[in-house]
Every structure is written in structure tokens, then in C-alpha cells.
Ligand binder design. Sequence first.
Ligand SMILES: *[C@@H]1O[C@H](CO)[C@@H](O)[C@H](O)[C@H]1NC(C)=O
Ligand SMILES: *[C@@H]1O[C@H](CO)[C@@H](O)[C@H](O)[C@H]1NC(C)=O
Ligand SMILES: *[C@@H]1O[C@H](CO)[C@@H](O)[C@H](O)[C@H]1NC(C)=O
Ligand SMILES: *[C@@H]1O[C@H](CO)[C@@H](O)[C@H](O)[C@H]1NC(C)=O
Ligand SMILES: *[C@@H]1O[C@H](CO)[C@@H](O)[C@H](O)[C@H]1NC(C)=O
Ligand SMILES: *[C@@H]1O[C@H](CO)[C@@H](O)[C@H](O)[C@H]1NC(C)=O
Length: 405
Amino acid sequence: MSPPEALWVLLLLLVTVSSCKVQNVSQSMEVVDLRTSRDLQYVRDSEPLLRGVDGRLHTYVANPRTLTARSLQELKGQMSQLRPLLSVVEQYRLDLQTLATLRMELLNLSIVLTAIQEEIGAYDYEELQQRVLLLETRLHSCMNKLGCGRLTAVSNPITVRASGSRFGSWMTDAMIPSSDSRVWSMDGYYKGRRVLEYRTMGDFTKGQNFVQHLLPHPWAGTGHVVYNGSLYYNKHQSNILVQYHFRSRSVLLQRSLSGAGYNNTFPYSWGGSSDIDLMADETGLWAVYTSIPNAGNIMVSRLDPHSLEVLHSWDTGFPKRSAGEAFMICGTLYVTNSHLAGAKVHFAYHTNTSTYEYTDIPFHNQYSHISMMDYNPRERALYTWNNGHQVLYNVTLFHVIRSDG
Ligand SMILES: *[C@@H]1O[C@H](CO)[C@@H](O)[C@H](O)[C@H]1NC(C)=O
Ligand SMILES: *[C@@H]1O[C@H](CO)[C@@H](O)[C@H](O)[C@H]1NC(C)=O
Ligand SMILES: *[C@@H]1O[C@H](CO)[C@@H](O)[C@H](O)[C@H]1NC(C)=O
Ligand SMILES: *[C@@H]1O[C@H](CO)[C@@H](O)[C@H](O)[C@H]1NC(C)=O
Ligand SMILES: *[C@@H]1O[C@H](CO)[C@@H](O)[C@H](O)[C@H]1NC(C)=O
Ligand SMILES: *[C@@H]1O[C@H](CO)[C@@H](O)[C@H](O)[C@H]1NC(C)=O
């Protein structure tokens, strides 16, 4: 009497993981123009199937004798995490070959499923849960990779709020589930210590429901980032990076970013002690800075979030003083050429290939003074602080299908 819903969840996970696996098959199909009615029909056919699983769960909630309430709750939680799968399927529905392979893998997976069903025999729920957990981990990294691509456009801005001084920084945490939509705001660039934590984006907009964190060490610049429940920031008048953990309200780590300029020696074009810019993308935590040996050119380093050690560094060759801001998407650093009106995304450095290119991606700089710009991979949005306004942009990424699944 193994729960059929659990198997459905497993099937869904397997399908998703397998859609990641088929990426390499479509390696050469970067331009998705094979739109055929068969494709669309396939997706139309499979979507109700996926949605149907959710319906089944509700039926079982109404009729709890078939399963324990607890296992159902767990499965429901997993289901809600799977919802983005629909948009992933959507994204790939124009890729005829991928779908063909996916269909083949689906056939294979039904065999796997049968095997699992036999394996678990008389309701080995524990093992099923273990498998679901394992697959979920793969699913998350897989979905991040599926979403990756090259920046091709920045949307029109949306002003979320006007608050604080001219310079500052605000953000959400891309590493935690999207049900947690806390927003952090840090006003000013010089010696600040007060971090405001709003419960939701709606609360941030209205300026209500917030708690305050008073940092033990003041910050410099606006290059802070919230990553996996901690604030990472540059300590005032030093090149020390600090990890402040919100839940325990304590500093977990401090480490100097060796050689990095600080104290407004190598800021972005707007100044403001913006020597060290920390950021996170789909692939992890990064620091953008420069040093005297690098002659003021932008360095980008991958950081270990657990030790703040530099894992790898790249010299982009782009002068930091000519940069308005910089942000990271999918392992590529994008640099704007000004903080003022008329700014463009002007330069891109690909850490995957250690190569650069000049780009010409315009965006509307509505309030003419951007002092912070960071990408949030969970929301696919750019967070900016523009002259006392908190502004969001969406980004368009061109999906390059990668083979390292
Ligand atoms: C997919 O990737 C695997 C391992 O990277 C490779 O062995 C295989 O040949 C690739 N298949 C295609 C169709 O590119
Ligand atoms: C399906 O399974 C067979 C046998 O295990 C294997 O040879 C084949 O490559 C699989 N096809 C796909 C698309 O995974
Ligand atoms: C490197 O990353 C860029 C941007 O994400 C992408 O366009 C490019 O195809 C990648 N190159 C390789 C070899 O993976
Ligand atoms: C995020 O934090 C959790 C604990 O809060 C930890 O188990 C996990 O390894 C962290 N993830 C990363 C990528 O640092
Ligand atoms: C930082 O800059 C200020 C103003 O230029 C200067 O007074 C101070 O001594 C500097 N501190 C350090 C640690 O370099
Ligand atoms: C980004 O796109 C989402 C979904 O289409 C939309 O709800 C949101 O308002 C957009 N944000 C911006 C800044 O355009």
C-alpha cells in the first residue's frame, strides 16, 4: 500500500531532473525556432497531467483514511516546490528535439518507477522520502542551471519605494525559499550600522513591520549582500569582510580580502567608499574590487561563504573608476559605464571562459544616480538604489543550453 501520490511526486522529480539531463542533447539548438504544432500539443497534453497531481493530493486531503495527514503535508510541501516545473516545461516546449528525448526518457522513467514501486514493497515511506530529498537537491541546482543565460535586455524600471538618503542598498535573499520574502534595507554608505528587516516586500513598500539589526562593526559602501540567512559586508575603513548571521544576531566570520583597496581608494564612479562590492548569483558568492597590483582594474573573486576565503580570482582588465556599478548573472560579471543618466551595461566578463566582451544594453536610469545595483537570481531582477528610490528591473536572459548536466 505505497502511497500513489508519493510516486507521482517522484515521477515529477525524475521528469524534471531528466529534463536537465537532456540539455546536452540540444546543445546545438541555441536558437529555438522549431515551433511545430506537435510540440505545443505535447506540452498541452502534459500540463494537465502535472496539474492533475495537485488535484489528486487535494482529494486525499479530503479523504485522509488513505494516508496519514503528516505524510500528506510533506508531499504537499514538495508539490508546491515543484510548481516552477510548469514554467520550466513551458520554457522548453519549443525545443522539439529536447521534447522528443524527454518523451523517450519518460518511457524509461516509468520503468524506473515500477522498479521503485517493487523496491519499496510494503510502504517503505522513509526510503521514499530519502529519494525525494535527494532528487529535490538535484532539482534545485538543475533548475538554476536551466534558468541561466546571457543578459540581452533590461526591462523598464518599477519604483518600489522612495526612502532613505541618496545612497544606500536593499535586497532579498536569493538562497532561501521564495515563501520567505523578507527585505533588508541599509541606508547610507558611510559608517552605517542599522539594518532594517521587513517581513515582506509589501511591508517594505509601506514601511511597516520591520525589525532592526544593529551591526557590531560599521559598514563601508553599498556593496552588501544577503546570502543564505547572513549579511556579508565590508567593514568600515578596512578590507575586512564580515558575515553577520540574522537569526543568531551575531558575527560568524571576519576575514580580510587580501590586497583589496578600501576607504574610497578604488570606488565605482560615484565614490561612496564603494571599493568592495559583494554579490551572489546562481553559482555562489562573489567579491568585486581592485588592488594596486591590478592597477585599478576590476578583480572578481569567487568566495567560499563558509570561510570567506577566495577560491578563484579573475582580472577583468576593466578600470574600476570607469564603472558605474557591477552585477553578476550566471557567472558573468556585467559592468555599467556610469551611475548617471544614459548609463548602459557596457562590459561583460565571463568567468567560465576568462574572456570579456563589450556590450550595449541600455536601461532607464530614471532618477539619475545609481549607487547600488545587484542581481537577484531567485527573482531574476536587478535591485537598484537610485537617488533615494528603491527600483527594480527585470532581466531577459538568452538561454544557452549547457552540456555539463
Ligand atoms: C551528453 O553528455 C555526455 C557527458 O557529458 C556525453 O557523454 C554525451 O555524448 C553527450 N551527448 C550528446 C548528444 O551530446
Ligand atoms: C532508455 O533506457 C535504455 C536502456 O536502459 C537506454 O539505452 C537509453 O539510452 C535510455 N534512453 C534515454 C533517452 O534515456
Ligand atoms: C559562458 O557564460 C556565458 C554567459 O553566461 C555564455 O554565454 C557562454 O556560452 C558560456 N561559455 C561556455 C563555454 O560555457
Ligand atoms: C545555507 O545554510 C544552511 C544552514 O542554515 C546550510 O546547511 C547550507 O549548507 C547553506 N548553503 C550554502 C550554499 O551555503
Ligand atoms: C580613510 O580615509 C580617511 C579620509 O580620507 C582618513 O582620514 C583615514 O585616515 C583613512 N583611514 C584608513 C584606515 O586608511
Ligand atoms: C517582472 O516580471 C514579473 C512577471 O512577469 C512581473 O510581475 C513584475 O512586475 C516585473 N517587474 C518589473 C520590474 O518589471
